[in-house]
Design a binder for this molecule. Structure first.
Ligand SMILES: C[S@@+](CC[C@H](N)C(=O)[O-])C[C@H]1O[C@@H](n2cnc3c(N)ncnc32)[C@H](O)[C@@H]1O
Ligand code: SF4
Ligand code: SF4
Length: 312
């Protein structure tokens, strides 16, 4: 397979801009790096400043190939200005705008504001089919509240015919294959799309929580260098979305530098070259990482969002 940009537009600007708008979380999931990060002595909470966020939006909207994805190194709905941020992105005309949430803070009021803002996709990561498995992986969470919130948003969407699509996701935890199948069958009739994420260990931050291990596969270049860039909650751009300690930060957006400049920089070009040549050790934390295995060149988040928002 040839590892390259999907098209010329992506060469100039990433097709996905990930806005990690905060690094705080209401949960402490066993399968996520967040727990250890929040407990570490290096940890400092950040909430992306509104003026930096607006500058990002003002740039993304100039590139029609690009979409904006709200998520976080934690839970994006904990950012006090999240609803203003989504509204701003939609008023400026970004399409699509998506959010990835654990869904527990998606009460009536928040759901209504998100739907009214015209957000294109709400992804709720449920991560389990049964309550028992949910409670095993999602610590501090409440399954019944989540189910109520999902039921509610489905009802609200239908009753006012909002364009927003609802996507639900789970993870292919090794040993839980049957449950993943049940999840897919159950939610396919209710949500607009179901996605199954590939389990990864957050660069060693997650302990061995499954009875089985994922099969290891031959290394390939990490698609992030061709497909996405991440805005960290502290206002830096980073090249790795799975980098919890911001070791891959590459430019401070406060200096006025643009995403396009960084995406086209010699430093980025060098990293792409190194990925292609298999010189992973020469790129900061890439050498020892196995998280790239969870990313698929042939079918990734961009494809899923595209299918949902541009149905044939
Ligand atoms: C880090 S979370 C941030 C957003 C939000 N807190 C949530 O849980 O949806 C982003 C996505 O990563 C997924 N995720 C977390 N740990 C994972 C793991 N070990 N393997 C695969 N996906 C994982 C979550 O299910 C979620 O869909
Ligand atoms: S998966 Fe999401 S909700 Fe769970 S700890 Fe990680 S960031 Fe928080
Ligand atoms: S190889 Fe690993 S550390 Fe490097 S960018 Fe990809 S996921 Fe991040």
């Amino acid at each position: 397979m040839k590892y390259d940009f999907n098209n010329d537009a992506d060469r100039d600007f990433p097709s996905m801009v990930v806005a990690e708008i905060c690094n705080v979380c209401n949960l402490r999931c066993t399968h996520c790096g967040c727990r250890k990060v929040i407990e570490s002595s290096e940890y400092k909470p950040y909430f992306l400043e509104l003026d930096i966020f607006k500058r990002v939006v003002d740039e993304v909207v100039l590139h029609k190939n690009s979409f904006l994805r709200f998520t976080s190194d934690g839970e994006p709905l904990l950012h006090p200005q999240i609803l203003d941020m989504v509204k701003y992105a939609k008023l400026k005309g970004i399409f699509p705008v998506t959010i990835n949430t654990n869904g527990l803070l998606l009460d009536n009021n928040t759901a209504m504001h998100l739907l009214e803002s015209g957000i294109d996709v709400i992804e709720i990561s449920i991560n389990a089919f049964t309550k028992e498995t949910y409670n095993k992986f999602r610590i501090n969470a409440d399954y019944d509240t989540l189910m109520k919130n999902i039921e509610n948003i489905i009802f609200m969407k239908k009753s006012k015919n909002y364009n927003t699509k609802l996507m639900v996701s789970t993870i292919n935890f090794p040993g839980y294959e049957e449950e993943v199948k049940q999840f897919d069958e159950f939610w396919s009739g209710k949500a607009d799309k179901v996605i199954i994420r590939t389990f990864f260990d957050h660069q060693g931050l997650v302990d061995n929580i499954c009875e089985k291990k994922l099969k290891s596969i031959d290394r390939f270049p990490c698609p992030q260098f061709w497909k996405r860039i991440t805005v960290a909650a502290n206002g830096w751009l980073k090249y790795c979305v799975n980098d919890w300690f911001n070791k891959t930060k590459i430019a401070d957006l406060r200096t006025g530098i643009t995403i396009q400049e960084i995406w086209n920089s010699d430093e980025y070009k060098k990293m792409r070259e190194r990925q292609i040549k298999g010189e992973y050790d020469k790129i900061n934390i890439c050498g020892s990482c196995t998280d790239w295995q969870a990313m698929d060149w042939n079918y990734d988040y961009n494809f899923a969002i595209n299918e949902l928002t541009n149905p044939k």
